[in-house]
Design a binder for this molecule. Sequence first.
Ligand code: C2E
Ligand code: CA
Ligand code: CA
Length: 842
Amino acid sequence: MDLKSLRIRYALISIIMGLLVLLAAVSGHYLLTHSREQAAQHIDNRQRLLAQSRAIRDSVWQAREAIGQFLIDPDRKQNQDRINDTIASAMKNTQRLLAMHPRLNPKQLSRIEHVAQLTQQLQKAANQLIKIRLDSNLEFPSLVLARDEMLPRQQLVFDAFATALQETADKQANDPREFRLYRMLIHARYRWSIIISDVRMLIASRLGSYGMDSMTIEEHDIELYLADFRTSMQKLKSMQHAPEAGFQTSIAIDEINKQYKSWYHNYQKLIDIHNSNKWRSDSIQLHDSVNPLLESIWSELLSFDASLEHNAENDINMLGNLAQQQGLMIWLIGLVGLVFVVLGYIGFDRAVLKPMLMLGQAFLQEARNGTNVVDLPKPGSTETYNLIRAFREMRNQIHSRQQALEHQAQHDDLTGLANRNLLMQQLSQLVEQNKRHTDNISLIVLDLDRFKEANDALGHHIGDQLLIEVGRRLRSELRDKDLVARLGGDEFAILLKDAEQHQARKVCKKILKSFEQAFDIQDKQLYVGASLGIAVHPQHGHDAETMMKRADIAMYVAKRNHLGFAFYEANTDHYDMRYLSLAHDLREALIDGALTLAYQLKYDINSNQPVGAEALVRWDHPELGEISPVNIIPLAEQLGIINRLTSWVLKQAIAQCAEWRKQGIFMNMAVNLSVYDLLSTDLIDQISELLEQHEVPASYIVVEVTENAMLIDPNNAISILQRLDSMGLRIAIDDFGAGFSSLGYLKKLPVDELKIDKSFVMDMINNDNDAVIVRSTIDLAHNLGLKVVAEGVESDEIYEMLRILRCDTAQGFYLSEPESPAKIASLLAEIQLQPEWPRKHG
Ligand code: C2E
Ligand code: CA
Ligand code: CA
C-alpha cells in the first residue's frame, strides 16, 4: 500500500474517522439503550418494590387501625381477628418482598429482613395486647396494686382502728383524756374511711371515665385528707404512750402507722401509675411494644422507600452522568475531528496546495520565458510526485522541442549548417561585442559557380548531395569556432571570428584550393567552382546587414571578374548594386525579346575573305545602355536561365544563317555554349530540330565551348560534344590558353578548331611570351589536325604576324566588329564572296 498516495491517505483517514465515529455512535447507542433499559428496569423494580412496601405499610396501617378498633371494642371477636389478619397480611407481604431479594441491595435486604422480624414481634406483641386487654387484671396494674397491696393494708389499718377504738371506747367513759384519744381515733378513722373511699373513687374515675380534671381534684383532696390523717396520726402518736392510752391502742397506733406507711407507699405507686401512661397494661403494651414495633416497621419501610428513592436519584444521576459522558464523547470526537481537520489542512497545504502553488509559478515562469528559475516543490505525496514528474517531463519535452525548433529555425535542413538567421544573429552579436573595434570579424559569402544549371541538368537529388558535400568540405577546411552557414540555394557564408584581412584571404585560398578536388557524387566526379566575397568588420561595415550586403557585392565582383575571391571595395558598390538589379531585368529581357545578337565576322587569313560569323549576345538596357555579355552570361548562369538564353541564341543564329544562305551568303555560324549547356542532351534535339526546320547543314554550325565546359561533368560534356560532332557540327575550343589547359581533353574531344584567347593575341606584338604561346598553340593545333582561330585581332601587324605563323582564321576589331545583321549584310555586299568555304566533311 502506497502510504505516500493522497488518495490512500485520505481513504485511511476517512476509514479511521469513520470507524471512530461509528465506534462512538455504537458505544453511545449501546450505553444509552443499556442505561435506558437499566433505568426502565430500575423504575419497574422500584415500582414493584414500592408497591410491595406500600402493601406492607397498608397492612401495618390496617393492623394499627384494627388494634385501635380492638382497644375500643375488645369484646368483638371480629376486631381481634382483624388484628391477626392484617398482621398476617403484613408478614405475607414482607415475605413477598423478601422473595424479591434479587432486586434488593444488601442494605435494603437487611432492612426488609428486619421488617420481617419486626412483624413477627408485632404479631407476638399484638397477641399479648389482646391477651392483656381481655384480662382486666392484666389490664390495670393499679387494680392489682390496690387489691393486692393496698386493700390488705387498709383493711389492717381499719382493723387496728377497730382494736384501738374498742379498747378506748371502754375507757373514755371514765376518763375525759381517754375521750380525746377516742375522739382522735374516731376522727382519724373517719379520715381514713374518706381517704379509702376517695381513693376508690379515684381508681374508679381513673378506670371509669370521669375525666382527668376531676382526677386531679380528687387527688388533691386525697392529699389534703392524707395530710389531715397524718396530722391526726401524729397526735395519736403523741398520745400513744400517755397513761390513758391502753396497750392495745398503742400497738394499734403503731400498726396503723406501719400499715399506713406501706399503703401510702403503694398509693404513691398507684398515683404514679395513674399519672403515667402506664396506668393500663394494654396501653403499656401498646406504647412499649406494639407502637414501637409499628413505628419501627413504619420507619424501616420509610427508609426502604427512601433508599428506593435514593436509587432513583442514583439512576437519574447515572443517566445524567451518561448524558455528560456522551456530551464529552461528542466534544472529544469534535476535538479529534478538529485536530484531523487542522492536521489535514496542514498536510493538504504541504502535500497539495504548496506544491500546486509552486508548480503554478513554475508553469507561469515556464510560459513566460521557459527558463525555470522557480524551485520545484519536493513531492509530498504520490500525486504531487506524479504531477511534478509530469511537469518535468513536459518541460523537458517542451525544451527539447523548443531546442529542435530553435535548431530548425537556425539551421539549414539539407546541410545541417547554420542558416541565414543564425549567421546574422551571431554576426550581430559579434559586431555588438566589438564596439571598440578591438577585433576583426570577417564575413565570407561563397557562391558556387554554375550550380543552378548543374542542379537542373543532373537532378535535384544530385544537386542536394553536392550542396551537402560542399558544406562538409567547407566545414573541414575551417576552425571549429568559425561558423559555416548556408544562405540558400548555392550560396554559403563563413563567419570568421577574430580574423583579419590577411587571415580571411588565406581561408579563401584554402577553400578555393579544396574546390579543385572533384566532388564524388553517385559515381560522378563533379567539379564545382566558387566565388567568394569578403567583408571585414569594422573596415567594411558596422552592422550585420551592411556586412552581409557588402560581402555579397564582393562575391559578385569576384564572380564576374573570375577572381575566385574579392574583398569589398567601396567604389564598386554603386555599380554592383545596379548590377544586382539586372538579374530581374534579364529575365524580362529574355522573355520580351529585348536581347539581340551581334555578329562578328571571321576571316580566312589566306584568302582574306570572311568565312564565318560568331553570334554574340547584346542587351540594350533601357537605363544602363549597352550591357556586355561578360556580365549577362554569368548572370544568366547564376539565375539558371542560361539554357533558355542559349536556345534563343541558337534559334536566332540558325535562322540568320538560313537567311544568309537564302541571300547567297554561305558562312559558318558560330554559337557560344555555356558549361551548363553541356549537362543535358536537350541541346542536341533542339539543334537538330532547328537545322531541319531551317534546312541548314550541320557543318555550317560551329559550337564554341571553353575548356571550363569540361569542369562540372566532363564525361557528360564529352559525350554531348561527341554527339554534336557526329551530327556534323564543328566544335571549337574557345579562349584556349586562358583556362586551365588540359591537352588530355583535346585528344578525347572531337575538336575541329582552337580559338586562341584574345588576351594572348592582343599583346603578342609587345609581349614575347604571348607570341610564343600563340605560335606554339598554332603548331600544336596543326599537329593535332585542327584549324586555329585567333581572336582579338586588333591591328594589321597582328593580322600579318598571324599569317606568318600560318594561323588559319582571324577575328577581331581590325577586321570587323560585332555588328547587326543588316550591317553585316551591307558589309558583305562590299566584299566579293567566294561561293563555297571549304567544308570539313566534304
Ligand atoms: P568570346 O567568345 O571570346 O567572344 C569574343 C569577344 O571578343 C567578344 O566580346 C568580342 O566583341 C570581343 N572582340 C572581338 N574582337 C576583338 C578585338 O579585336 N579586341 C578586343 N579587345 N575584343 C574583341 P563580347 O561580345 O563582349 O563577348 C564577350 C564574351 O561573351 C564572349 O567571348 C563569349 O564568351 C561571351 N558571349 C557572348 N555572346 C554569347 C552567347 O551568345 N552565348 C554564350 N554562351 N556566350 C556568349
Ligand atoms: Ca566565342
Ligand atoms: Ca573567346
